[in-house]
Write a protein that binds this ligand. Structure first.
Ligand SMILES: C[S@@+](CC[C@H](N)C(=O)[O-])C[C@H]1O[C@@H](n2cnc3c(N)ncnc32)[C@H](O)[C@@H]1O
Length: 219
């Protein structure tokens, strides 16, 4: 696993297999804060204090960690399901600088707990945050659970077209509750047309540094 420093000082990982990185080179923490926390979690937190989230691509756990910290700040109760086909190992996770970058060096142990906790069952990590990591390929994922929010953080359509299909995005629509939202950094035209075809109301939002737009789909 090749860790590198992005432009805001936070780490990311380069995925050799796909030829892409896990986050924007303009800033991993900046991108997660903009796309998933601001446009996703805060958007939902305005209307409800208890929020269920499905993340596609748990990866380094950065989105999960930032969600946990934000849940504490806003006194939310978050139930978080993270799908990941190829987990990073715990030693790799310990090398990531997210606790420091988020001005929470005392939370490094909690960041490690995200990675050390059991897979394939729900674990209550704090009063505000429970985590259920599912080690499975998204293509095989099935659930009867319904979510308020989907963090769609797969590798880009150019790298992984098989995860941006009408079938998979239709599954995301089906697992959302009425009024649920999907957020993603992707603003590709074909992707947004697929969302509309499925039934999402599509919002074009300002993107994080280095990207003109991002997308939020409302059910
Ligand atoms: C853009 S990265 C996710 C970054 C992550 N959200 C974070 O905060 O670090 C995409 C993730 O999707 C995972 N992935 C790739 N193919 C997958 C598949 N078929 N099913 C589920 N996860 C997959 C990768 O291993 C990687 O962790």
């Amino acid at each position: 696993m090749a860790i590198f420093v992005t432009q805001d000082g936070s780490h990311s990982v380069f995925a050799e297999k796909y030829g892409v990185s896990y986050h924007s080179k303009y800033g991993a923490v900046t991108e997660s804060a903009h796309v998933f926390i601001n446009a996703g979690l805060r958007f939902k937190a305005v209307v409800q204090p208890e929020i269920s989230i499905l993340e596609v691509g748990f990866g380094t756990g950065l989105n999960a960690f930032m969600t946990w910290l934000e849940a504490e700040r806003r006194n939310l109760h978050v139930h978080y399901v993270g799908i990941e086909a190829y987990p990073i190992d715990t030693a790799e996770a310990d090398a990531l600088n997210y606790a420091d970058q988020l001005d929470a060096p005392n939370r490094q142990t909690d960041f490690s707990r995200l990675h050390q906790c059991a897979w394939n069952r729900s674990v209550k990590l704090s009063e505000h945050f429970s985590l259920h990591k599912k080690q499975i390929r998204l293509e095989a994922f099935r659930t009867t659970q319904r979510f308020d929010l989907v963090y769609f953080d797969a590798f880009a359509p150019q790298a992984q077209p098989e995860l941006w299909t009408e079938r998979i995005l239709g599954l995301m629509y089906n697992v959302l509750k009425p009024d649920g939202a999907l957020v993603t950094y992707c603003a590709q035209g074909a992707f947004k047309r697929t969302l509309k075809k499925i039934g999402f109301d599509v919002e074009d939002l300002e993107g994080p540094p280095g990207k003109r737009q991002m997308t939020r789909g409302l059910k």
